[in-house]
Design a binder for this molecule. Structure first.
Ligand SMILES: *Cc1c(COP(=O)(O)O)cnc(C)c1O
Length: 371
């Protein structure tokens, strides 16, 4: 009899109790001050008005199960991105899809690789699936293809790559992603998490559609939580080879995407003008924030997303990330502490509305100037 059979209460399977539960970005400021939530990379523009209208319309049919295949949503995604609907699957947020991938392709003892400051959900889902997380160091807060390839073993089954990465905001070029793929054994699955792809304005970047189309071991995940402003509804999607879509469809819940999500998602992805507006807002503020904070003596990792990673001085106990976090929170600006990502002396700031961005610049200028 194994040890767990003699336990006097139910015991989670190995791996589960090693998980550090995900801590979402805070959404409370000090009492009495206006809250500016800049902690979860949500869009300052909100969702498309047509998506809100579609959401409201669903209220008159709540007794009905949703379409378990999310056909309308997959059709809209297929049209907008020029993809085959059969190669698409939707999830309750892309987080669900990441979990389905881990649960479908990892058996106990199998390894999955992610980068040093990679998105925390990967580690959680790997452990929940009974797999072994393997961390590849980054170079200058950027994913390092050689470091990933060096960590491939006989047990490797998945490589998770956030591109751009959260919380660093950095990306690697299409050429580098292809070099990574070329170095993987054919049975290792490459998961390209492109949650921020819409924001990237770089000629050498690709979200990975072409790589998925040409290979049996690559998938790309996307989300409606960021540029489409529908984080509350939990909608993610994945583009992948038919054999992987088929496997995930067996494992997922039969109605994993709800009716409000399907209806709103269709409207959101078709509103190209709204997406363009969000990109333009980001294009304006990304350099302004980066330059202003650099000018006052902070270090900002160059970002291609809708957020920036701000590093505080190493040797100044009055100007630590924790002190800045408290200083900003008191004034209503809630950023994201990223110690859980191995970045104890940094804060991640979502690019917000103009008033919030200006407010953070002013507050951090005072913070750095005070004696
Ligand atoms: C925000 C984010 C997601 C999106 O998660 P959802 O479950 O779709 O809300 C996925 N990957 C990364 C790297 C993210 O930052």
């Amino acid at each position: 009899m194994s040890a767990s059979n003699s336990a006097d209460r139910p015991v989670p399977k190995p791996g589960v109790m090693d998980i550090a539960a995900y801590v979402p970005g805070r959404s409370k400021a000090a009492p009495g001050v206006k809250l500016w939530k800049l902690s979860s990379n949500e869009t300052p523009l909100g969702p498309s008005p047509t998506a809100v209208a579609a959401y409201e319309a669903v209220a008159s049919n709540l007794e009905r199960y949703p379409d378990g295949s999310a056909t309308d949503l997959r059709q809209a995604i297929a049209e907008v991105h020029g993809l085959n609907i059969d190669n698409l699957i939707c999830g309750n947020g892309s987080d669900e899809l990441l979990g389905l991938l881990a649960n479908t392709y990892l058996a106990p003892g199998d390894e999955a690789i992610f980068t040093e400051h990679g998105f925390l959900v990967y580690k959680i889902q790997i452990l929940a699936a009974g797999g072994t997380p393997v961390v590849a160091p980054e170079t200058n807060y950027q994913s390092d293809v050689d470091a990933i390839l060096e960590r491939i073993t006989d047990r490797t089954r998945i490589v998770f790559l956030a591109n751009p990465n959260n919380p660093t905001g950095t990306y690697i070029s299409d050429e580098e992603v292809r070099r990574l793929h070329a170095g993987l054994p054919k049975h290792v699955l490459l998961v390209l998490d492109a949650a921020y792809a819409e924001y990237v304005r770089r000629n050498d970047y690709s979200a990975g559609i072409e790589l998925v189309s040409g290979h049996d071991n690559v998938v790309m995940t996307r989300t409606f939580s960021k540029i489409h402003g529908l984080a509350a509804l939990r909608i993610g999607w994945m583009y992948g080879p038919i054999h992987i879509i088929d496997a995930l469809n067996r494992v997922r819940g039969p109605f994993n995407v709800n009716a409000a999500a399907i209806a709103s998602g269709v409207a959101a992805i078709r509103d190209r003008a709204h997406t363009d507006k969000a990109v333009a807002h980001n294009e304006t503020w990304l350099p302004v924030l980066t330059n202003a904070l650099t000018d006052i003596g902070l270090t900002v990792t160059p970002s291609v997303g809708n957020f920036i990673l701000i590093h505080f001085p190493k040797d100044d106990p009055r100007r630590t990330a924790a002190a800045a976090d408290a200083y900003l929170t008191k004034r209503g600006y809630v950023l994201r502490a990223v110690a859980g990502y191995g970045l104890p002396n940094a804060l991640r700031m979502t690019i917000g509305p103009a008033e919030a961005n200006e407010g953070v610049i002013a507050a951090l200028t005072e913070f750095m100037d005070r004696g």
